[in-house]
Design a protein around this ligand. Structure first.
Ligand code: THU
Length: 126
């Protein structure tokens, strides 16, 4: 699957966001080794700290379906500029695939690609 298709799925996944507090709708599309794609969206809570990001929704869906080798993730939002994963999501992705592609997408569909190893250098690891 081309990067552009993963980007399109992340943009589409924003539709499932539950974001009544921040108003920021984020979608993620995570490709695993066999080519399957798992999508996610941010899910907020009245107790703000319980919010879960789109990337971590996608990651737990993949892992609980038996997929631990991530190839690439696209992350999109409804704003200008590239949507960059937060530190918690970088660490969660790193747990399974320290070297993977991260496509950071703007609302218009433009994106920049970076490797997770560059986004989270010298990560915590046991
Ligand atoms: N958010 C994500 O979904 N992914 C990130 O990497 C950073 C932030 C969400 C969480 C919250 O619902 C909203 O964006 C504002 O922080």
């Amino acid at each position: 699957m081309a990067d552009e298709e993963l980007v399109a799925q992340a943009l589409k996944a924003r539709e499932q966001a539950y974001a009544p507090y921040s108003g920021i709708r984020v979608g993620a599309a995570l490709k695993v080794r066999d080519g399957s794609v798992f999508t996610g969206a941010n899910v907020e809570n009245a107790s703000y700290g319980l919010t879960i990001c789109a990337e971590r929704v996608a990651a737990v869906k993949a892992v609980t379906a038996g997929h631990r080798e991530f190839v690439a993730i696209a992350v999109a939002w409804d704003r200008e500029g590239f949507c960059r994963p937060c530190g918690a999501c970088r660490q969660t992705l790193h747990e399974f695939s320290p070297v993977m592609r991260v496509l950071m997408v703007s609302a218009s569909g433009d994106y920049e690609a970076e490797n997770l190893a560059a986004l989270l250098p010298r990560a915590f690891n046991q």
